[in-house]
Write a protein that binds this ligand. Sequence first.
Ligand SMILES: [Zn+2]
Length: 273
Amino acid sequence: MPAREALAQKPMPMDASNSSARRLHAVPEPEEEAHADAPAPIALPPTREGQRVQLQDRLDAHLRKGRARVVLTDNVHTMLTVKRGQGLWTFRMHHLFVGAPSPIVRALARYAEDKDREASELLRQFIDANERKIRSQRKIRGVAIDVEGKFHNLQSIFDDLNTRYFDDSIRARITWGPRGKRKRRRSSIRLGSYTVEDELIRIHPVLDAVDVPEWFVAWIVYHEMLHEVHDMPVVDGRRIYHTREFREAEARFERYAECVMWERANLERLLTR
Ligand SMILES: [Zn+2]
Protein backbone atom coordinates (compact mmCIF):
# COMPACT_ATOMS: atom_id res chain seq x y z
CA MET A 1 0.00 0.00 0.00
CA PRO A 2 2.28 2.78 -1.20
CA ALA A 3 0.07 5.62 -0.07
CA ARG A 4 -0.12 4.48 3.53
CA GLU A 5 3.58 3.73 3.79
CA ALA A 6 4.53 7.10 2.38
CA LEU A 7 2.36 8.64 5.04
CA ALA A 8 4.09 6.77 7.81
CA GLN A 9 7.62 7.53 6.61
CA LYS A 10 7.34 11.16 5.63
CA PRO A 11 7.69 13.36 8.69
CA MET A 12 4.75 15.68 9.03
CA PRO A 13 4.79 18.95 10.91
CA MET A 14 3.30 18.49 14.34
CA ASP A 15 1.57 21.83 14.71
CA ALA A 16 -1.70 23.29 13.58
CA SER A 17 -0.83 23.03 9.92
CA ASN A 18 -1.87 19.42 9.77
CA SER A 19 -4.43 19.27 12.47
CA SER A 20 -7.57 21.21 12.29
CA ALA A 21 -9.20 22.37 15.36
CA ARG A 22 -12.56 23.52 16.28
CA ARG A 23 -12.26 26.36 18.73
CA LEU A 24 -14.62 28.40 20.73
CA HIS A 25 -13.34 31.82 21.59
CA ALA A 26 -14.67 34.07 24.27
CA VAL A 27 -13.75 36.92 21.95
CA PRO A 28 -14.46 35.82 18.39
CA GLU A 29 -11.51 35.96 16.06
CA PRO A 30 -11.17 34.76 12.49
CA GLU A 31 -10.01 31.16 12.63
CA GLU A 32 -7.39 31.56 9.91
CA GLU A 33 -5.58 33.90 12.29
CA ALA A 34 -4.76 30.94 14.47
CA HIS A 35 -2.85 29.36 11.61
CA ALA A 36 -1.11 32.50 10.43
CA ASP A 37 2.30 31.39 11.69
CA ALA A 38 2.01 27.97 10.15
CA PRO A 39 5.03 26.93 8.09
CA ALA A 40 5.05 26.98 4.30
CA PRO A 41 2.31 24.81 2.82
CA ILE A 42 3.14 21.14 2.61
CA ALA A 43 1.24 18.77 0.38
CA LEU A 44 -1.07 16.75 2.56
CA PRO A 45 -1.60 13.11 1.71
CA PRO A 46 -4.72 12.73 -0.41
CA THR A 47 -7.91 12.77 1.59
CA ARG A 48 -9.98 9.68 1.95
CA GLU A 49 -12.38 11.07 -0.63
CA GLY A 50 -9.51 11.73 -3.03
CA GLN A 51 -8.28 8.16 -2.61
CA ARG A 52 -11.77 6.82 -3.17
CA VAL A 53 -12.27 8.78 -6.38
CA GLN A 54 -8.84 7.79 -7.66
CA LEU A 55 -9.52 4.11 -7.12
CA GLN A 56 -12.93 4.50 -8.71
CA ASP A 57 -11.39 6.09 -11.82
CA ARG A 58 -8.79 3.35 -12.06
CA LEU A 59 -11.50 0.70 -11.91
CA ASP A 60 -13.62 2.49 -14.50
CA ALA A 61 -10.76 2.15 -16.97
CA HIS A 62 -11.07 -1.66 -16.81
CA LEU A 63 -14.84 -2.13 -16.62
CA ARG A 64 -16.80 -2.85 -19.78
CA LYS A 65 -20.32 -3.47 -18.52
CA GLY A 66 -20.89 -0.56 -16.19
CA ARG A 67 -19.29 2.15 -14.13
CA ALA A 68 -17.60 1.73 -10.78
CA ARG A 69 -18.77 3.05 -7.46
CA VAL A 70 -16.24 2.63 -4.69
CA VAL A 71 -17.04 2.68 -0.99
CA LEU A 72 -13.97 2.42 1.22
CA THR A 73 -14.43 0.76 4.56
CA ASP A 74 -12.36 -0.11 7.58
CA ASN A 75 -14.14 -3.39 8.04
CA VAL A 76 -11.55 -6.18 8.39
CA HIS A 77 -14.26 -8.85 8.37
CA THR A 78 -15.49 -8.18 4.86
CA MET A 79 -12.59 -6.91 2.83
CA LEU A 80 -14.43 -6.86 -0.47
CA THR A 81 -17.95 -7.15 -1.76
CA VAL A 82 -19.19 -6.34 -5.25
CA LYS A 83 -22.79 -5.67 -6.13
CA ARG A 84 -24.38 -4.85 -9.45
CA GLY A 85 -27.28 -2.46 -9.79
CA GLN A 86 -28.50 0.37 -12.00
CA GLY A 87 -25.56 0.08 -14.36
CA LEU A 88 -23.14 0.45 -11.46
CA TRP A 89 -20.70 -1.95 -9.93
CA THR A 90 -20.55 -1.09 -6.25
CA PHE A 91 -17.25 -2.15 -4.74
CA ARG A 92 -17.28 -1.98 -0.97
CA MET A 93 -13.74 -2.57 0.01
CA HIS A 94 -11.23 -2.16 2.75
CA HIS A 95 -8.91 0.85 2.41
CA LEU A 96 -5.98 -1.53 1.86
CA PHE A 97 -6.99 -1.38 -1.82
CA VAL A 98 -6.06 2.30 -1.95
CA GLY A 99 -2.96 2.58 -4.13
CA ALA A 100 -3.14 -1.09 -5.12
CA PRO A 101 -0.88 -2.05 -8.04
CA SER A 102 -2.47 -2.18 -11.51
CA PRO A 103 -2.74 -6.00 -11.72
CA ILE A 104 -4.89 -5.90 -8.59
CA VAL A 105 -7.14 -3.19 -9.99
CA ARG A 106 -7.54 -5.21 -13.20
CA ALA A 107 -8.29 -8.29 -11.13
CA LEU A 108 -11.00 -6.39 -9.29
CA ALA A 109 -12.69 -5.57 -12.59
CA ARG A 110 -12.40 -9.16 -13.88
CA TYR A 111 -13.64 -10.52 -10.59
CA ALA A 112 -16.74 -8.31 -10.81
CA GLU A 113 -17.63 -8.76 -14.45
CA ASP A 114 -16.45 -12.26 -15.27
CA LYS A 115 -16.34 -13.97 -11.88
CA ASP A 116 -12.82 -14.86 -12.97
CA ARG A 117 -11.29 -17.50 -10.68
CA GLU A 118 -7.71 -16.48 -11.29
CA ALA A 119 -8.58 -12.90 -10.46
CA SER A 120 -10.34 -13.99 -7.31
CA GLU A 121 -7.29 -15.98 -6.20
CA LEU A 122 -4.98 -13.02 -6.86
CA LEU A 123 -7.22 -10.76 -4.79
CA ARG A 124 -7.29 -13.24 -1.94
CA GLN A 125 -3.49 -13.32 -1.86
CA PHE A 126 -3.31 -9.54 -1.96
CA ILE A 127 -5.76 -9.22 0.93
CA ASP A 128 -3.93 -11.82 3.03
CA ALA A 129 -0.56 -10.14 2.53
CA ASN A 130 -1.82 -6.65 3.33
CA GLU A 131 -4.10 -7.55 6.19
CA ARG A 132 -1.12 -8.58 8.27
CA LYS A 133 0.63 -5.29 7.52
CA ILE A 134 -2.42 -3.29 8.54
CA ARG A 135 -2.83 -5.12 11.82
CA SER A 136 0.80 -4.53 12.85
CA GLN A 137 0.71 -0.86 11.77
CA ARG A 138 -2.33 -0.23 13.91
CA LYS A 139 -0.52 -1.51 16.96
CA ILE A 140 2.60 0.59 16.36
CA ARG A 141 0.55 3.72 16.13
CA GLY A 142 -0.76 2.99 19.59
CA VAL A 143 -2.64 5.89 21.12
CA ALA A 144 -4.57 5.18 24.26
CA ILE A 145 -8.13 5.12 23.04
CA ASP A 146 -10.77 6.13 25.56
CA VAL A 147 -14.26 6.06 24.12
CA GLU A 148 -16.36 5.04 27.07
CA GLY A 149 -16.97 8.28 29.00
CA LYS A 150 -19.17 8.67 32.06
CA PHE A 151 -22.16 9.99 30.13
CA HIS A 152 -21.43 9.63 26.43
CA ASN A 153 -19.90 6.75 24.51
CA LEU A 154 -17.96 8.27 21.63
CA GLN A 155 -17.71 5.06 19.65
CA SER A 156 -21.44 4.56 19.48
CA ILE A 157 -21.95 8.21 18.53
CA PHE A 158 -19.26 7.89 15.86
CA ASP A 159 -20.62 4.62 14.47
CA ASP A 160 -24.13 5.99 14.25
CA LEU A 161 -22.96 9.12 12.40
CA ASN A 162 -20.74 7.07 10.13
CA THR A 163 -23.69 5.00 8.99
CA ARG A 164 -26.18 7.83 8.73
CA TYR A 165 -24.02 10.46 7.02
CA PHE A 166 -20.93 8.79 5.57
CA ASP A 167 -21.94 5.38 4.24
CA ASP A 168 -19.62 3.85 6.88
CA SER A 169 -16.60 5.24 5.06
CA ILE A 170 -14.90 7.25 7.83
CA ARG A 171 -11.92 5.35 9.17
CA ALA A 172 -10.55 7.73 11.80
CA ARG A 173 -10.40 6.53 15.35
CA ILE A 174 -11.95 8.57 18.12
CA THR A 175 -11.10 9.21 21.74
CA TRP A 176 -11.80 11.56 24.61
CA GLY A 177 -8.93 13.95 25.16
CA PRO A 178 -6.86 13.68 28.35
CA ARG A 179 -8.85 14.39 31.48
CA GLY A 180 -6.49 16.74 33.26
CA LYS A 181 -7.32 19.14 36.05
CA ARG A 182 -8.16 22.64 34.92
CA LYS A 183 -5.86 25.29 36.35
CA ARG A 184 -7.48 28.58 35.50
CA ARG A 185 -10.37 29.99 33.59
CA ARG A 186 -10.04 29.32 29.89
CA SER A 187 -10.32 32.01 27.27
CA SER A 188 -10.96 29.46 24.55
CA ILE A 189 -11.59 25.78 24.32
CA ARG A 190 -10.99 23.26 21.59
CA LEU A 191 -14.02 21.00 21.69
CA GLY A 192 -12.73 18.65 19.04
CA SER A 193 -9.79 18.10 16.74
CA TYR A 194 -8.80 15.84 13.87
CA THR A 195 -5.16 14.98 13.23
CA VAL A 196 -4.41 13.88 9.70
CA GLU A 197 -1.26 11.86 10.40
CA ASP A 198 -2.84 9.88 13.23
CA GLU A 199 -6.29 9.76 11.67
CA LEU A 200 -7.50 10.52 15.13
CA ILE A 201 -10.43 12.54 16.40
CA ARG A 202 -10.14 13.90 19.92
CA ILE A 203 -13.13 15.23 21.80
CA HIS A 204 -12.73 17.49 24.82
CA PRO A 205 -13.78 15.78 28.06
CA VAL A 206 -15.80 18.83 29.21
CA LEU A 207 -18.46 17.46 26.87
CA ASP A 208 -18.70 14.24 28.85
CA ALA A 209 -21.27 15.69 31.21
CA VAL A 210 -24.86 14.97 32.13
CA ASP A 211 -25.98 18.44 31.03
CA VAL A 212 -24.41 18.24 27.58
CA PRO A 213 -26.95 16.66 25.23
CA GLU A 214 -25.81 13.67 23.22
CA TRP A 215 -26.82 15.39 19.97
CA PHE A 216 -24.44 18.24 20.76
CA VAL A 217 -21.54 15.82 21.30
CA ALA A 218 -22.57 14.18 18.01
CA TRP A 219 -22.42 17.56 16.32
CA ILE A 220 -18.81 18.10 17.41
CA VAL A 221 -17.91 14.55 16.32
CA TYR A 222 -19.67 15.09 12.98
CA HIS A 223 -17.63 18.25 12.36
CA GLU A 224 -14.36 16.40 12.94
CA MET A 225 -15.46 13.49 10.73
CA LEU A 226 -16.03 15.95 7.90
CA HIS A 227 -12.33 16.84 8.05
CA GLU A 228 -11.48 13.34 6.86
CA VAL A 229 -13.67 13.80 3.80
CA HIS A 230 -12.90 17.38 2.80
CA ASP A 231 -9.76 18.76 1.24
CA MET A 232 -7.80 21.45 3.04
CA PRO A 233 -6.60 23.59 0.14
CA VAL A 234 -3.92 26.24 0.48
CA VAL A 235 -5.07 29.65 -0.71
CA ASP A 236 -2.63 32.57 -0.69
CA GLY A 237 -0.24 30.57 1.49
CA ARG A 238 -2.85 29.70 4.07
CA ARG A 239 -4.51 26.38 4.55
CA ILE A 240 -8.29 26.59 4.49
CA TYR A 241 -9.73 24.05 6.91
CA HIS A 242 -13.35 24.99 6.49
CA THR A 243 -14.08 25.46 2.82
CA ARG A 244 -17.46 26.47 1.49
CA GLU A 245 -18.17 22.80 0.71
CA PHE A 246 -17.22 21.91 4.28
CA ARG A 247 -19.62 24.50 5.71
CA GLU A 248 -22.40 23.28 3.42
CA ALA A 249 -21.88 19.70 4.55
CA GLU A 250 -21.82 20.88 8.15
CA ALA A 251 -25.18 22.55 7.70
CA ARG A 252 -26.69 19.25 6.60
CA PHE A 253 -26.45 17.98 10.16
CA GLU A 254 -29.93 17.11 11.33
CA ARG A 255 -29.98 19.45 14.35
CA TYR A 256 -27.65 22.07 12.91
CA ALA A 257 -29.52 25.18 14.06
CA GLU A 258 -30.22 23.75 17.49
CA CYS A 259 -26.54 22.91 17.95
CA VAL A 260 -25.33 26.35 16.94
CA MET A 261 -27.74 27.90 19.44
CA TRP A 262 -26.82 25.49 22.21
CA GLU A 263 -23.16 26.28 21.65
CA ARG A 264 -23.80 30.00 21.92
CA ALA A 265 -25.92 29.66 25.04
CA ASN A 266 -23.53 27.35 26.87
CA LEU A 267 -20.08 28.55 25.86
CA GLU A 268 -19.52 30.47 29.09
CA ARG A 269 -20.40 27.42 31.17
CA LEU A 270 -17.99 25.18 29.24
CA LEU A 271 -15.16 27.68 29.56
CA THR A 272 -15.36 27.68 33.34
CA ARG A 273 -15.32 23.91 33.75
ZN1 LIG B 1 -12.80 22.12 11.90
